[in-house]
Structures are given as C-alpha cells and as structure tokens.
Design a protein around this ligand. Structure first.
Ligand code: KG4
Length: 333
C-alpha cells in the first residue's frame, strides 16, 4: 500500500510517499526557515504564500524520487489540523485536487497524531503508550490505550515549549529559531540563576509563559542595576527549569499509569540534547518501559509521518470528501 502524504501546517511544505506504513520511498521538505528568520518568527500570511509556491514542486519531486506515478498511489493523506489556517488550506486543496483528479481516497490526518506515529518509522509501537509532543506550537502528554485512541493527559496552558525557547532567544538577541542556540549555549553554562518556577493546576499540565517573563525580568533587573550576567548560565538556567517542568509531568504520568509499555517523543524540541539525556536517565528508572526518541528527520515537521498516520487511518476506514477543510484547532480525539 502506497500513501502520498502532504504536510503544510506551519512553515514546512512537505510531501512523502510511504509504503506499507514503514518504508519512506521519498520525503521532500521545503523549509521556509530562512524567510521567517528575518521576522524573528513564522509570519502566517507569508508562510501560506510560500506553501502555494512550493506545493506542486514538492508533489512532483516526491513522486519522482520514489520512482512512482499517481497511478501507483493508493490514497492521499493530508494534515487537516491543527496549524495555521491559511497554511493548512494549501495542503488540503492540493490533496483534494490530487484525490479527485486521480480517483484516490482522501484521508484527513491530525498533525499531533502524525508526530506520534512517526515513531513507527523506527520501531513497532506498543500499547498502552505515553507520547510527549514538544514543538514550536505544541506541548502535550498523550495517553494511547491502543493504536487509534488518544487521551490528552496534559497540555500547555499558555506558550508551547518551543515557543518559549524562541521567545527567550529573542530576548537574549540570539535570533530564530532559538531552540538549537539555547541548547548549545546551555552546554557551556551552569543553572546558577533562580527563575520563576512554572505554576499549573492540572497534575500533568504545563506552563512556560511565566518562565519566559522571568528571563526577561532578570535581564532588565541586571541592566537596571548595572550588573553583567553570563549568557550561557542564563540559557542553562532557563533550559533546566523548562525541562524540569516537562520531566516532573512525565514522572507523574508514568507513576500513575503502571500499565504503560512504551514512551515515545515527537516534535522539533526533541532535538534538544539535554532532553535526550534526561530520557536516557528515565530508562534506568523505568526498566519495564521501552523508550524511543526517533532520529531528527522523524521529529521535525515532515510528510513521512503523514504517510504513516494516513496508512493507519486508511486501514481503520477514515475518509475525507470534497467538503474537507483545514481546521486550525482540530482536537486529537
Ligand atoms: O516541530 P517543529 O520543527 O515545528 C514547529 O513546531 O513548527 O519545531 C520547531 C521548534 C522551534 O521552536 C525550535 O526552536 C525548537 O523546535 N527546537 C529546539 C531545538 N531544535 C529545535 N528546541 C530546543 N532545543 C533544540 N535543540
């Protein structure tokens, strides 16, 4: 079974062909990062326009790289949401056009679910499963009893963790995207500065906006007092606080759900070296659970994961029709 997947929810136009859920025949990702860098973050209208410019090229390139034509494709899967609405529309319209022109089934896919299913590309996922999705737009702990059921145990009450990294990087004058830069600087620093600990009500929920403001207030206070501070130490202090927030929730969820057999990660922030280190530590604490942190090409936005999610949805019978539209806040359930 060959599924053509299309992803356009944020600032990557991506198309992939996936065979039998596991094998990526081709994966084209056109990143817009260089354009958005100039603005210090993703500009939605600009992103939608670039998707329009790139989408046909990406579809053509993905088919060519896989050595396939549309005749070989069994179904077209596309991210319906969540994401930036103008961006989603571009992918959805392209998918509808292909599906109806070539008489192929159309499959709407959830972006977060796809981030989780991306793990299928490197491992056979076991259930019940706990997934951590950490990206520029999401911070979620998702419990899956089986392959097609999703329960959000916890989510961010304000900023996503990647957004917090990017905003803190902007305050520190590091440019966009800030995550990789803070990650690198934190390695050279120590967590010596005291920042506000995030406060949330839910046992598994997250909050990053107070922490972000605390970094801003810290820099202002130091400037006012004419004091200098070490940027690496500040990056490290921020990162430790942010990851403590994440890992205290993971511990709570794993302790409360002893039936969990597999823990997986998805989203761009899973590139973070300290986060990867802390997951290694979890392996010794929970020896009965399999921990998977997929390679980066699976973690960041790509269409291979849409192909995998599309395959699972196709088998379970989900179909879209000509009324399919993007949905900026489509719930995962
Ligand atoms: O999943 P992703 O590629 O796309 C969107 O969410 O749009 O994630 C991008 C996010 C950005 O916020 C970026 O700063 C963050 O992932 N990121 C990182 C690292 N690499 C990328 N955050 C922390 N440490 C990293 N090494």
């Amino acid at each position: 079974m060959i599924i053509l997947g299309i992803e356009s929810s944020c600032d990557e136009t991506a198309v992939a062909l996936v065979k039998d859920k596991k094998e990526v025949l081709s994966s084209i990702v056109a990143s817009q990062i260089d354009v958005h860098k100039e603005f210090g973050g993703v500009v939605p209208e600009v992103a939608s326009r670039i998707h329009i410019e790139n989408i046909s090229y990406c579809i053509e390139a993905a088919l060519k790289e896989a050595g396939c034509t549309m005749e070989d494709v069994d179904a077209v899967a596309v991210t319906k949401g969540p994401g930036l609405i103008g961006c989603l529309h571009v992918g959805v319209q392209a998918a509808k056009t292909l599906a109806f022109a070539y008489h192929k089934p159309l499959i709407p896919v959830h972006h977060l679910a796809a981030h989780i299913y991306a793990n299928e590309l490197v491992v056979d996922m076991k259930y019940p499963l706990l997934a951590l999705v950490v990206s520029g737009g999401n911070t979620e702990l998702v419990y899956m009893k089986d392959e097609t059921s999703f329960e959000i145990l916890g989510e961010t009450q304000d900023d996503a963790i990647g957004e917090a990294y990017d905003k803190v990087a902007r305050v520190l004058g590091l440019g966009y995207p800030g995550g990789p830069k803070i990650d690198k600087m934190a390695k050279e620093g120590k967590p010596v500065y005291e920042l506000a600990k995030p406060k949330t009500q839910g046992r598994y929920d997250f909050s990053f906006s107070g922490l972000k403001s605390s970094v801003l207030q810290f820099t202002k206070r130091m400037e006012r007092q004419g004091k200098t501070y070490d940027l690496n130490d500040l990056a490290c202090s921020f990162q430790e606080c942010a990851l403590d927030e994440i890992f205290s929730r993971i511990h709570a969820a794993l302790d409360d759900h002893p039936e969990i057999r597999h823990f997986v990660v998805g989203g761009g922030v899973s590139a973070n070296s300290r986060l990867r280190e802390k997951i290694e530590e979890l392996k010794t604490e929970y020896p009965n659970i399999t921990f998977t942190v997929p390679p980066m090409y699976c973690c960041t936005d790509n269409a291979g994961m849409i192909g995998v999610a599309g395959t699972i949805a196709y088998v379970s019978g989900r179909r879209g029709d000509e009324t399919l539209t993007g949905d900026a806040s489509w719930p995962i359930q």
